[in-house]
Design a protein. Structure first.
Length: 517
């Protein structure tokens, strides 16, 4: 049996988790909107067409902020198409996903849905086929109280009060050739700066995220961030990051190690942003918005969204069925985000329903939880508070992670991957300390002894694990609970020391009560 040792101390803090770290993403893509969150006529739908069963699962998942309407989709989107009388809205070709967009769901419906789901909206503006003027007009429509053409248009459409959207993305993945009207870093940096200026002149309370690289493997990664921030450093609060972990190589140890490359990505972007600050002798710190992250590979390389499907409305594309090992890699990504809570102040699980999503639906039928639902729910429910530094001493393994880039593959030798990946959060208000622990050893139990200093004597609140004997097991409509959390037995606590045995290939949550200390 393998053994790991951990020390955490109440006084050694990484940072507070921003509530927006627990966000998700709804794009007009496949059945995410149509047949996902919105399905008029579904037995659980309300008078607005919002599926009640999906809303209940979203509330249980507990995302805090939802990015909308894309993604690649936003780079060709005319927001005006999605407001006003539904019968007058145009049907349009969506070149991002080779689909027909009916526009029966748009910005105002999204705002209502956010209210129903108890989440904050995050809007992206189209800096692909459109530009700063369009961004200015959308902001005026959404956030200006009234007395101007566009704010009065919103009121005439039935939304008297401004939507008050605080968080805005300046385009999407503008470095990618798949993007409608991709830009060079200089072109994008200029346009993002001008859009930011106009938007903040209308509403100085908003926060803006500039596009970073679409992935760490982009050939322009690094220089893209540097150039873009050189242009818009004074005008934005965030730079974005996107990562989709993959197991194309069918190599589970390397797949589970790949979340550690998210740690590298975050630290590299922080270094570049701070270098831009240093060149200006600026104390300002650009924060990170990890506004797309997930596991995605089965429905990706086939590029099935772009095949000639005959321009269908809401085709069932990108409907990745997640298995047990995906949930583990996904849990590793959650830990990377938590452990960088000082700089990653916003993050969005991509996406929410049906398209690479924790929630699946059958059109006209039921909704169910995928395996990745559970680590996200744990992170959002129990990750609020101060993330503590961890001193981890764990046995390690060696692997090589492969990641595709275009037609070539990049390989990343990973010589010292700790079997234990861990984050610890002091949930201040509740008097609870939560340990999130991933055992990446596929065959052996890992005994973990943690000293939790500074909280006095601890007692066990609750502990559970996500584990399945078959790493390829999945939840389906007919077997929706094949993978689900179970109680974690055998947690031993002596004073400030916690001893726990983690099953091979398992995600674990241990909640310690530190009340009265
Ligand atoms: O989330 C799916 C797609 O992945 C998004 O539309 C795009 O931004 C990214 O490439």
């Amino acid at each position: 049996m393998k053994e790991a040792h951990v020390i955490v101390d109440r006084d050694f803090v990484i940072g507070d988790t921003d509530p927006r770290l627990f966000g998700a993403f709804v794009e007009h893509l496949g059945r995410c909107v149509y047949g996902g969150i919105y399905e008029p006529g579904h037995p659980t739908a309300d008078e607005r067409g919002f599926r009640g069963d999906v809303l209940a699962l979203v509330r249980e998942l507990a995302p805090t902020i939802i990015r909308y309407p894309g993604g690649n989709f936003v780079s060709g989107y005319n927001w005006e198409d999605g407001v006003g009388p539904v019968e007058k809205r145009p049907r349009r070709l969506d070149l991002a996903w080779m689909s027909t967009e009916p526009n029966t769901f748009g910005t105002n419906e999204f705002m209502d849905w956010c209210r129903a789901a108890d989440v904050e909206p995050m809007l992206a503006v189209n800096l692909g086929t459109r530009g700063p003027d369009d961004a200015r007009r959308l902001l005026e429509y959404c956030n200006f109280p009234g007395g101007t053409e566009l704010s009065d248009l919103r009121r005439a459409h039935g939304w008297e009060k401004p939507h008050g959207v605080k968080f805005w993305c300046l385009g999407n993945e503008m470095d990618g050739p798949w993007q409608m009207e991709m830009k060079t870093a200089t072109e994008y940096g200029r346009i993002a700066t001008e859009a930011a200026k106009l938007m903040k002149w209308i509403d100085p309370t908003i926060e803006l995220a500039a596009c970073g690289s679409s992935s760490r493997n982009m050939p322009t990664f690094g220089s893209w961030e540097d150039t873009v921030l050189e242009h818009c450093f004074d005008h934005v609060e965030f730079i974005s990051l996107h990562t989709y972990l993959n197991n194309y190589a069918d190599d589970t140890p390397s797949f589970l190690a790949s979340a550690d490359l998210m740690d590298s990505f975050i630290e590299e972007v922080v270094a570049i942003a701070d270098a831009v600050a240093a060149r200006r002798r600026s104390a300002k710190r650009i924060m990170l918005s990890f506004d797309e992250w997930n596991v995605w590979y089965r429905t990706r390389r086939k590029n099935e969204g772009r095949t000639k499907l005959g321009w269908p409305v809401a085709p069932p594309i990108l409907e990745e069925v997640y298995d047990m090992q995906d949930a583990l890699a996904f849990g590793g990504a959650c830990l990377s985000l938590l452990n960088h809570a000082d700089r990653v102040k916003s993050a969005c699980l991509a996406q929410l329903v049906n398209a690479i999503a924790p929630i699946m639906t059958e059109t006209g039928g039921p909704a169910w939880r995928q395996s990745i639902f559970y680590p996200f729910r744990d992170m959002s429910r129990f990750g609020r508070g101060r993330v503590l530094q961890t001193r981890v001493s764990s046995p390690v393994y060696t692997t090589v992670y492969y990641d595709p880039r275009g037609t070539s593959e990049l390989s990343f030798p990973m010589p010292d991957v700790p079997y234990l990946k861990l984050a610890v959060v002091d949930n201040l208000d509740e008097g609870t300390v939560t340990l999130f622990a991933l055992n990446r050893n596929l065959t052996e139990t890992l005994t973990v002894e943690t000293q939790v200093r500074g909280f006095g004597a601890l007692s066990l609140g609750e502990a559970h694990e996500l584990h399945h004997g078959d790493l390829k097991a999945t939840n389906t409509k007919d077997r929706p609970d094949e993978i689900k959390p179970a109680s974690l037995e055998g947690v031993e606590i002596t004073g400030d020391r916690v001893r726990v045995r983690l099953a091979p290939a398992s995600w674990n949550v241990i909640r310690l009560s530190a009340r009265g200390n």
